[in-house]
Design a protein around this ligand. Structure first.
Ligand code: DGL
Length: 264
């Protein structure tokens, strides 16, 4: 047993999609979350800067005495997961491998689309991981740089968002049977994305898939939180406006949350 919290990091509110799934699958676990909304989006930034920012978030979580870190951001996972994992002596999970495996499992015709930030798509990591596991898959990737700013400003249903999603995803329409939401912000736009791609396209939420891995590691290292400890004190931190973060978090998690502003 280990009653310490699990640490989650993201460039902003996107990692909340992973937290929601954690709360559904592992409701006894406690969460510490840091979102760097003041500097989001990370996706168009150079790799070196994403690396620096991610390390700042990791170091922040370490001050909160977490038992595990989840890099709940595809962009940061693409750039720095291997390095963080190698340096820390607690388990560190990323969201890309779980998303890649789930896409292989789900596809019926071997045609997989991947949408993500410019850095995630440029890194080509999804294609590499998918083809390494299953070489006959055909992977088409598409960067969607306009999606994260819309989610960060809580524009989840607006007509502008619908227009942007439709225009951006147009090149993939009718070309894939499975689409990996390769950015943890994108599940917040899921209904619009599904509508654009059509009901037969299976959407893969990379963050949600990673919760199964969290569960496996908690069991493997025997670091589950005790079920007798009922008092959960989830803590959320943002580098931007706490009220705006709380608005998005409360809607998404359907829960009253404590959000504190921090400067890194
Ligand atoms: N949620 C991050 C991801 O999964 C978004 C990165 C960004 O801020 O551009 O890639």
């Amino acid at each position: 047993m280990d009653n310490r919290p699990i640490g989650f990091l993201d460039s902003g509110v996107g990692g909340l999609t992973v937290v929601r799934e954690l709360m559904r699958q592992l409701p006894h676990e406690e969460v510490v979350y840091i979102g760097d909304s003041a500097r989001a989006p990370y996706g168009p930034r150079p790799a070196e800067q994403i690396r620096d920012y991610t390390w700042q978030l990791v170091n922040f979580l370490l001050t909160k005495d977490v038992k595990m870190i989840v890099i709940a951001c595809n962009t940061a996972t693409a750039v720095v997961w291997e390095e963080v994992k190698a340096k820390l002596d607690i388990p560190v999970l990323g969201v890309i491998l779980p998303g890649a495996s789930a896409a292989i499992k789900s596809t019926t015709g071997g045609k997989i689309g991947v949408i993500g930030t410019p850095m995630t798509v440029q890194s080509d990591i999804y294609r590499q991981k998918i083809e390494a596991l299953s070489p006959e898959m055909e992977v088409q990737s598409l960067a969607c740089p306009k999606f994260v700013p819309l989610v960060e400003s809580n524009e989840l249903q607006s007509s502008l968002t619908k227009k942007v999603v439709y225009e951006t995803l147009h090149p993939l329409a009718g070309k894939v049977d499975t689409l990996v939401l390769g950015c943890t912000h994108y599940p917040l736009l899921r209904p619009i994305i599904q509508n654009m791609m059509g009901p037969s396209v299976k959407l893969i939420d990379s963050g949600a898939e990673c919760v199964r891995d969290i569960s496996v590691l908690l069991n493997y290292f025997e670091i589950n939180r005790s079920r007798d400890k009922h008092e959960l004190n989830h803590r959320f931190y943002t580098t931007a406006n706490a009220k705006r973060f709380a608005e998005i978090a409360e809607n998404w998690l359907n829960l009253k949350v404590n959000v504190e502003h921090v400067t890194l």
